[in-house]
Design a protein around this ligand. Structure first.
Ligand code: ADP
Ligand code: MG
Length: 469
């Protein structure tokens, strides 16, 4: 009976899955009331079967044994030292399936209290895979415009056929607040909806890195890899975070290859195109380019308006058209800020119980535009300036009086004054213990040079562009 079930299952699922999940099963007996007893290697294994293959199991069993068919799992146990213990324990299948289980008392031979919870497999292998998807980020509320049409439709294509398009991996890239995370979730949510049996996992590259480091510490690196190999659709957000992290890149490389070879879908997001990613291994970058890299651009005016309208509609709020237009006109480069501004306006109008007027809109927008600037830190400015001149920040902060380094240093001070609220003294302190007079002098020098030196003016404009969102 079991062999017939197996061949039916084999014909209906992927070979790899069959090997992993069905070959290790041992059929034990068939009792008079049509209950088939099978032995599985672990509790995790049992849960996995129930979670993912219950329908096919049920179908196979019903075909063989009729509607009265029942399935009883026995779990082969190992003690914590890995020695096989001579007993099995039954777990009634409590699943929603109508493959009913039967409870038989099995004498539990070993009552060692230390083995009270024998289901804990070291490492993370027994963690139930929750997709970590945010259902609020759907395709429905990811508004389409020229800026995102390509990425959005590539995302749709992947969602319709995960692992089955040439968009593997699908890499979505673009600046801050342009919808990368939203779109990545939307793809996952759509896949879960269309293919509920697929295991989808959304994870940020940062958490992935933390998990990996943890696994190395706990000596469970293999479990870590194994866990990721069980996934059908892996979504990793902000892969630029992996830059400079060789160990994590290495492990990700292996996981990626495994998934890709087995027809699993990988979706990545990044704030840069692969060509611009720094400190990422070449072999990994070349993998990123295998599929499709789709860019999210800044939304055009029309799209900004529809995003605003959508929020008002969602919250059941009305607002004069000229307010929408004002907000959409002034906040261009970041959908998150756009949302923030309109939500703030909605809040203020309900708080003050008055209609939003243009005056209020101006105040709010101003605050948001300033906020964007305030988010730039002195560190960040120093990094951007150093990168621009191909120096490292240590050199920038050093005592060197070489002309081009002095200029770069002065530019860093100038932009720190321009883009942050830090005092002159503070700016000086953060660039190698200089005093406020030095900073003031730097600001004046830059102002002068901009009006007299064409080349220098170009430097200022370039850096300004890099720093302005
Ligand atoms: P990123 O990950 O690129 O920094 P997010 O995905 O977090 O950006 O998007 C920022 C905010 O903007 C989110 O609240 C998201 O829902 C919203 N957003 C971005 N693009 C769109 C869009 N096309 N339609 C609707 N909302 C969007
Ligand atoms: Mg994001």
């Amino acid at each position: 009976v079991w062999n017939n079930c197996l061949s039916f299952i084999k014909d209906n699922i992927q070979e790899q899955a069959y090997k992993t999940w069905f070959e290790p099963i041992v059929a034990i007996s068939l009792s008079e009331d049509n209950a088939l007893h099978i032995q599985v290697p672990s509790k995790f294994f049992y849960e996995w079967l129930e979670e993912h293959y219950v329908i096919i199991l049920k179908t196979a069993l019903t075909k063989e044994l009729g509607n009265q068919a029942k399935l009883v799992y026995k779990i082969k146990m190992e003690n914590t030292y890995g020695n096989k213990l001579p007993f099995t324990e039954q777990i009634p299948s409590t699943h929603r399936s109508s493959v009913k289980t039967q409870e038989i008392d099995v004498p539990v031979v070993n009552k060692n209290p230390e083995l009270k919870n024998p289901f804990i497999i070291p490492g993370i292998r027994n963690v139930k895979i929750e997709s970590q998807l945010n259902a609020n980020y759907s395709f429905d509320n990811f508004l389409e415009g020229d800026s995102n049409r390509l990425s959005r439709s590539a995302g749709m294509a992947v969602a319709n056929k995960p692992g089955g398009t040439s968009f593997n991996p699908l890499l979505i890239f673009g600046g801050v607040g342009l919808g990368k995370t939203h779109l990545a979730h939307a793809i996952g949510v759509e896949i879960k909806d269309k293919f509920p049996e697929k295991t989808v996992l959304y994870i940020s590259a940062e958490i992935f890195t933390q998990q990996y480091i943890e696994s190395v510490k706990k000596n469970t690196r293999n479990d870590f890899i194994h866990f990721y190999q069980l996934i059908d659709v892996l979504i990793i957000d902000d892969v630029q975070f992996l830059s400079g992290k060789a160990g994590t890149q290495d492990v990700f490389f292996h996981i990626f290859n495994y998934l890709h070879q087995n027809g699993k879908q990988v979706i990545l997001t990044s704030d840069k195109a692969p060509v611009d990613m720094q400190d990422i291994e070449q072999r990994l970058l070349s993998r990123f380019k295998w599929g499709l890299s789709a860019e999210l651009h800044q939304p055009d005016y029309e799209t900004r308006i529809s995003i605003l309208r959508n929020i008002l509609y969602r919250d059941g709020v009305e607002m004069p058209e000229e307010i929408l237009e004002y907000v959409a006109k002034h906040i261009k480069s970041n959908v998150r800020e756009l949302e923030g501004a309109i939500i703030s306006l909605i809040a203020q109008s309900s708080f003050n119980k008055r209609e939003v007027n243009l005056e209020l809109a101006k105040q709010v927008v101003e605050k948001f535009v300033k906020n964007i600037k305030r988010e730039i830190s002195i560190d960040y400015i120093q990094k951007v300036v150093s990168d621009y001149f191909q120096l490292d920040t240590e050199t920038l902060k050093s005592k060197t009086r070489k002309r081009h380094i002095v200029q770069a240093r002065q530019l860093a001070m100038y932009f720190s004054k321009k883009f942050t609220k830090a005092s002159l003294a503070n700016i000086g302190a953060q660039i190698g213990d200089r005093d406020h007079a030095t900073v003031l002098h730097a600001v004046k020098t830059v102002d002068n040079l901009v009006s007299t030196d064409k080349q220098f003016k170009k430097f200022v404009e370039d850096i300004n562009k890099k720093l302005s969102i």
